[in-house]
Design a binder for this molecule. Structure first.
Ligand SMILES: C[S@@+](CC[C@H](N)C(=O)[O-])C[C@H]1O[C@@H](n2cnc3c(N)ncnc32)[C@H](O)[C@@H]1O
Length: 235
């Protein structure tokens, strides 16, 4: 790895990979450990992660609804880009009996979208990594996809946090061929997610109240102007 790579991973140089430095380093650690034969990426964006998936995997399939995925994947000989929603390749992979060693889910961030992507990936992927586990709709979608599943889960592999634009980030992992309850040989830490979610909710209410107050002030000003115009006409 060059000094330039390290600088860009640490955020000291611009990077097309839309994850925090700790998340990038964790994904690279996993890639080096798993060395996937086949990797699947849901959400290519600017191909920042795709480049690393290409380097560590034999074959990569990357999916994005944005047509730029077809251009951005061109430099990578072992990457197949698909410009479509994530549901289509999931149906194809399942019906064709395909299997992936690793999947990275970072596409549709709605609760329903994340639930669908994770449910699909659990059918044909061994290790699943997902981004934005601290974004409340994503977290909800992940948790609902995991109901009744006996798989190893850590939604706080790398915790997310409050950012100026809300509660984002966090890297989670699911390993489908390990049971949910397994002996741990590390000290477990309390997740800060429930507290941060309360802060996030307060912030959402504050925005709504500020918006309502702005609308209310505008309406009062309009009413006063109208009242003045009527009284001028009556004079
Ligand atoms: C946050 S970005 C992915 C970032 C990328 N994983 C990285 O770390 O650099 C999310 C991407 O998912 C794509 N996307 C959103 N919904 C999608 C869907 N239903 N199917 C496929 N791609 C989707 C968007 O076009 C966007 O490029």
């Amino acid at each position: 790895m060059t000094e330039r790579h390290l600088k860009s991973l640490l955020g000291l140089e611009p990077s097309k990979w839309m994850m925090a430095p700790s998340e990038r380093l964790a994904v690279l650690g996993l890639l080096q450990t798993i060395m996937p034969k086949k990797a699947l990426e849901f959400g290519c964006a600017d191909a920042g992660l795709t480049a690393w998936l290409s380097q560590y995997s034999d074959e990569v399939v990357t999916v994005d609804i944005d047509p730029k995925v077809l251009v951005l994947a061109q430099p990578f000989h072992n990457v197949t880009p698909l410009c479509m929603t994530t549901q289509e390749p999931a149906d194809w992979a399942w019906s064709e009996g395909k299997h992936f060693d690793l999947a990275v889910i970072d596409a549709d961030h709605s609760e329903a979208g994340v639930r669908r992507d994770l449910k699909n990936a659990m059918r044909f992927c061994d290790v699943i990594v997902f981004h934005d586990t601290y974004y409340p709709p994503c977290r909800k979608g992940i948790l609902s996809a995991l109901v009744g599943q006996d798989v190893y889960v850590d939604l706080d592999l790398i915790p997310g946090g409050m950012q100026p634009d809300g509660l984002w980030g966090g890297l989670g992992i699911v390993i489908t061929d390990l049971p949910r309850i397994i002996d741990m040989h590390v000290m477990l830490r309390l997740s800060l997610y429930p507290w941060l979610r309360k802060l996030w909710l307060l912030d959402q209410y504050r925005h709504q109240v500020e918006h309502l107050a702005r609308v209310f002030r505008l309406k009062i000003r309009q009413l006063m102007r109208r009242g003045k115009a009527i009284s001028r006409r009556e004079d």
